[in-house]
Structures are given as C-alpha cells and as structure tokens.
Design a protein around this ligand. Sequence first.
Ligand code: ATP
Ligand code: MG
Ligand code: MG
Ligand code: MG
Length: 566
Amino acid sequence: MLASKLYAPTLREVPADADVVSQQLMLRAGFIRKTASGLYSFLPLGWRSIKKIEAIVREEMDRANAQEIMMPILQPAEIWKESGRWKAYGAEMMRIHDRHENEYCLGPTHEEMITTLVKNEINSYRQLPVNLYQIQSKFRDERRPRYGLMRSREFIMKDAYSFDIDEKGLDESYKSMYDAYMNIFNRCGLTFRPVEADSGAIGGSGTHEFMAIADAGEADIVYCTACDYAANIEIGKPGVMKQDEEAYKDLETVDTPHASTIEAVADMLNLPLEKTIKAVVFSIDGKVVLAIVRGDHEVNEIAVQHAVLGTVEPEMATPEELEKAGLTAGFISPVGLHQSDDFAIVVDESVMETYNVCGGANKKDAHYININPKRDFDVDDIIIAPIRLITDDDVCPCCGGTLEHAKGIEVGQVFKLGTKYSEALQATFLDQNGRPNPMVMGCYGIGVSRTLAAAIEQYHDENGIIWPRAIAPFETVIVPINAKDSVLMEASQRIYDALHQADVDVLLDDRKDRAGVKFKDADLIGYPLRITVSKSTVENDEVEIQIRKSGETITCAIGMVTSKVT
Ligand code: ATP
Ligand code: MG
Ligand code: MG
Ligand code: MG
C-alpha cells in the first residue's frame, strides 16, 4: 500500500467532544469519524485494525471448536417477550416497527435469537455440545454514549453461545472459552485481568469479565501484585429512575424513607429522579446502606424483594434515623444487577472513605460475588453477606500479597447462563433415556471495537498511538526522506517488495511531503516499526529501523531488513 493512495485524513485540531485519548488519537490519525452520538465510521486504518482483531478472535474461536454463523440484527419482539426480556431490557434496547406495525429490536445481544435458531434442529444429546458465534454490529441505546468506541450505540461484538447437555458440559465449554479469551487478549497485546463478576440479572451462576487495565476504564478493580487474584469493585453510575408501581403492587415492602429523604439523597448524588418508588435500608458491616431501586426493569422485582427481605431495621428508614446514622453522600453500585443504573446503593461517608466495595473476584471463596440474597446467601446473612469490603491496606485474600487498585475497561465477558433461555424458549433435547431436558447454555462476548480503543488507551504517548504489532493497521512504514530522489525511491521499493513477499503488512510513504511531516504522521498513526531510507545510509547500502515503542534506532543492511523485521 502506498501512503499517497491511503485514505487517512488527519486532523490538526481534536474535536472538543472527544473525551478520551483513544478517541482523540483515532480521530486525529484518521482511523474513525463520528456520525452522531455513539455512531462511528471506520476509515481504512481503523478498519484494518478491526479486521486484525477479528482475525485473532476467529482463529481462537475456531481453535476452541466454536463455529461461525451470522444471524439477523433485526429481531422480532415475540422471542424477547417469550423470554421476558422485552420489558426487562428497558430503554437500552433500540425498538422499531415495520410497515405492518410488527415490533422489532436491533439486537443488543442474541440469546433469544440463537436459542430459537437451534431449538428446532437440536433434539438429541448426540448433537451436543455445540458452540456457535458471530461477529456483528450490536445496538444499545446507552444512556450516555461516550468515550468514543468504548461506549457507543452501535458497536462490533463477537458473541458466542454454547449448548451442553449438563452443568459439567457447560463447565467445559466455559473453560474453553475462558482460555480462548486469555489467548485473544494476550495476542492483541493487552494488559488485562480476568475478574469474577456479578451475574445478578442474567441469572447465571458464574461469570468473568476481562478487564483491560487503563485509567480511562469505567470499572474499578483491585488486583494482587503477587498472584493472579483480581476483583471487580463495580461502582456504577447514577441514572434516571422511573416509576412503575404496577410492577410492585404485590411485593411485600416496608415503609421506606420518606420521599423527602430519597429526594435529598438523589439531589446530593445529582440523580435526575423522576420519582423513586422504593428505597430500602440495610447495613453492611454495621454501616447503614440505603438502596434506591428503579422500577422499570423486571429484574428489579427480584432485587426489591430480596432487598426488602433483607432490610434489617425498618426503623432505620425514618429520616431521623438516617440523619442519626450520618447518611450523607455516597457512591452507587450496581452490585447484583445487570445494569449499573438500576440499583443505587448509597453508603455513608465514613464507609466511602475507608472502604471500596468489592462485588466479585476471580478466585473461589475469596470474595462475595453477588448481592442477590436468598439465591446466594441465607436471608439472615444479608446484613453482612452481600458485599465484601476491602480497605486500602487490605491484603490479597488468596496469598497475602499487596493489592493494587486500578481502572478497568471491560473488553469481554464469559457467562454461564444455565437453562434460563432454554426453559423460557423451550429448547430441549432428549437425553440418553429419551427424556426431554433443557439445554444448558453459556454466552461469551467480546467488544471488538472497544478492544481497539482499549489498546490505544494502554499504548500511546504525546506523539500518538503505539500499536501492539498484532493489531496495528500496518506493521511497518517505509519512509524515504525525499520521495523525489529516485535512488531513495528505488531502495524503498526494493525493501517494500521484499517485505511484501515475506507477508509483512507494509506501507510505503511515497508522499512528496517533507520528512518531518512523514515522521510526525508515522508517530501519530503508530506503526510499530519505521524504516527510514536516507541518502547517507543508502550510500552504505543501509537503512535505519526505528522501534516506535522504545524509540530505539538500529542501522541495518538493506539485504537484512526482511529478516530483522519478521
Ligand atoms: P458495560 O458494562 O461496559 O456496559 P456490558 O457488560 O453491558 O458492558 P456485555 O453485555 O457483557 O456488555 O457485552 C459484551 C461486550 O461488548 C462487553 O464486554 C464490551 O466489551 C462490549 N460492549 C458492551 N457495550 C458496549 C458499548 N456500548 N460500546 C462498545 N462496546 C460495548
Ligand atoms: Mg452495558
Ligand atoms: Mg458490564
Ligand atoms: Mg458485560
């Protein structure tokens, strides 16, 4: 590829609304362009990197015996109604209807669709296990699309779904996906940690999130510097709460803090509350916690019920008691629920100062992974059980090592779904005894476009991107200092041909621009290697190879370039 032909319009000024480094650099370097809030076009450079990530994902999925398919993005409402998620998914689902007024959504995920797809064709244990995946655009009407590709409304996801005859089979499928994810993110060059995460609303019994460690991450995690223990602190963001009293009319409730208290708390937290229907109070390690539950998600019914059952001292719910308990400001945690904005937990300030709330970890028995009492804990235990608190000088619960706090970008998640969808959608198979059983499912997602952004968040400097080689748009750029000099161009062309032959992804910067301009662009775009072809070196039949990451430069005989670069 010649740079003179490459469509990579660079920008001098960073658009004011570009709120993270990855977005700024991708815009400046001509990788992406924004169409509207949360909607992006990939230009050739960006798309080349996406395709490289996809290729790695495909290789590792195939190696793990998953098979690629492609399902429609447009999904009929019926299957979502059958699973109960048409309502439960809430405002994040993009809904449309056709000219006959039939309802559809643009797939935010595909559990319903895949279960419907396989249920008619898989009917015997002999056909299982099966693992199917696709790489496709997903749609989520995020409350606050931001951070460029990291939280967009249309994004590229790899989603895989496994079907097994029993839990043991699921464990194996899960393990093989977990291992594939380790390989994928390692091969992409990311610094990441797998973290056991909460599986509240999806109804699974086990799940890990893969967190790329970067300051721009929205998740708070702790990890051990001595062993591979890592935990998700899961601090969510405040959100709008809507009223849906109908959904709660049969629930057993306690009288909750007076509206004025809730409003005061909401005000402090800057929650744009319309009306809050329920709030419950319980305590964690003796500290008072107020939970505000929003009413437009079905899953919250469970949460409300459980939280209410777990309410320890109803009298704590009076404004006076709250005041006495010093309930002032706080942070919000999505613990136990799918959406971070469904469930708000307000902790009094003293807790905030001393503790971080840990909602999950990647080692068994070293943590509490959920806040769905009754399902995960005895109701009597709820007072202390739901959340494990980690103090700043806490040590690793596994090995006693030092814990490091970090921000994480969720680039992938693996999930044991169990039979939730196969039961709801009647996806059964006949076992060895001829008896019908629901298939045991798992689902596995990777944010392909988010992974691209995460890599830039991890690897950049003031001059631009520093690509891990495996996902760089080009592995090497050849820069002849003066494109009008035929000697330099000939040498460059020779190197280009040799690298091309050797399957190196190479770009020749044949533009007539000054060397300084080309160097700047090379740094900004972030090619891992730059081969500089100048008069003084070519005279000795040599060129300079510069490594973007370290800035190190080596001189190399032209005949040796290919072996050096490959
Ligand atoms: P988040 O917690 O960041 O909202 P999620 O848990 O809702 O993500 P999943 O349902 O687990 O996301 O989807 C699988 C993967 O898709 C995520 O791990 C993430 O990498 C990616 N993803 C999810 N939402 C977005 C988005 N709005 N923009 C880009 N990638 C996304
Ligand atoms: Mg989400
Ligand atoms: Mg998440
Ligand atoms: Mg997730």
